[in-house]
Design a protein around this ligand. Structure first.
Ligand code: ADP
Ligand code: MG
Length: 373
């Protein structure tokens, strides 16, 4: 806000001063340049308290010495009503030590009664700083609220996606799975009951196609909702690591400090999807020859680390506008109160998921751990 804008705004200023003449001088000093302000005059601490309790002022001016209080008492009272209210001492000479103490305690400025020409710029600076601070606090609050809403939305989306995946997997199993099994049964029957060579060979080839279709539906079902998660996270991640090694030929070492880690469903899903995305990234981007997957619930935090010995990544990789994998991992982790760190150098990349466990004693089963080379 510039000087012109400030002078057009009708400001509410409270003036604590026991000398009526000095109050008039302050009033004149403020009115001199068309400064638009309502000046409320109080001459005691009680009156100051009453005004501060009833009205929100844009600034408080106070004399240094008053019959029933000091400027410091007045400032503390004003700040207890609004911790950032601009507060300016308007006084005769008080000595350097006292002035420094007042500024140190948080007064915005100190204006001498025989230098009242300084009052307006001092007020202007203090009010502008206060208004900027309030605007920033409001913007911070709005940002916080919006981040909260985004986090809630992400959580909701995550749950909806997993529920939907489970439903689709069940439907594929119940609808398509049973139809394929029935078809397989009928084709085998035809094959067995025909003497026509051509029909039996067609039936055999159709059976092969159906087997492929059954395998495909099973693969799709596993991707949609890994049933292996029902056996616990350790098994699921181990299974994922083994499958990854088999499919890609990249040596994958799995290590866990606990054989069983009992976790809430949503944490298991977040951990599983994190490992899945990190491993997919290794096969797609890293050019690695070795991956290590390490999992532990020690120190009350579930930690899952997927590290490779590939080429590493840069900030520009993470900023790719159309890449949502790692961004999605951050969002997913937040839905269960966790976070994801990506650390990288020329020796490779590590994706680390951390999720604080509310009751580590409950989750961690201390049965002997094993690793899967
Ligand atoms: N393990 C990795 N090694 C090297 N580069 C990686 C690795 N993981 C991710 N990246 C880089 O980071 C980018 C962003 O990854 P991601 O957010 O998963 O999106 P996407 O896989 O769809 O490209 C990738 O395009 C790739 O350039
Ligand atoms: Mg990816």
């Amino acid at each position: 806000m510039d000087a012109a804008t400030l002078s057009q705004t009708p400001l509410r200023i409270l003036h604590l001063e026991d000398n009526p003449t000095d109050h008039e001088l302050v009033k004149i000093a403020l009115q001199r340049d068309g400064f638009s302000a309502t000046l409320t005059w109080v001459d005691t601490f009680d009156a100051l308290a009453r005004q501060l309790g009833a009205v929100r002022f844009d600034a408080v001016l106070a004399d240094y010495r008053l019959p029933d209080c000091s400027a410091l008492d007045a400032m503390r009272l004003a700040r207890s009503c609004d911790p950032t209210t601009p507060f300016i001492i308007v006084s005769g000479a008080v000595g350097e030590t006292a002035a420094i103490q007042l500024l140190h305690e948080g007064a915005n400025d100190y204006v001498l009664k025989d230098g009242l020409h300084r009052l307006r710029p001092a007020l202007q600076r203090a009010i502008e700083a206060h208004q900027n601070l309030v605007a920033k606090q409001q913007a911070d609050l709005r940002l916080q609220e919006s981040q909260q809403r985004i986090a809630e939305l992400a959580r909701h989306l995550q749950t909806s996606i997993e529920t939907e995946r489970t439903t689709i997997a069940r439907e594929i199993h119940d609808e398509i799975g049973s139809v394929l099994t029935a078809l397989k049964f009928d084709l085998s029957w035809i094959g067995r009951h025909t003497t026509d060579e051509r029909i039996s060979s067609r039936a055999a080839s159709a059976l092969e196609t159906i087997d492929q279709a059954i395998q495909s539906t099973q693969r799709i079902m596993v991707n949609l909702r890994p049933a292996v998660l029902d056996q616990g996270l350790v098994h699921a991640i181990e299974w994922l690591a083994r499958g990854f090694e088999k499919r890609t030929g990249i040596k994958t070492v799995f290590h866990t400090t606990h054989q069983q880690i009992k976790l809430p469903d949503e944490v298991q899903q977040v951990a599983y999807r994190t490992a899945q995305e990190a491993l997919t990234n290794v096969s797609k981007h890293a050019g690695a020859t070795e991956v290590s997957v390490y999992m532990t619930p020690d120190t009350g935090v579930l930690s899952l680390e997927i590290s490779d010995n590939g080429k590493g990544l840069g900030d520009e990789d993470l900023a790719k506008p159309k890449s949502f994998g790692i961004r999605g991992l951050h969002e997913r982790a937040r839905t269960v109160g966790g976070w994801v760190d990506v650390s990288t150098n020329q020796q490779g990349t590590a994706v680390i998921l951390s999720v604080p466990l509310t009751d580590p004693g409950l989750y961690a089963d201390t049965s002997p751990a094993g690793g899967t080379p």
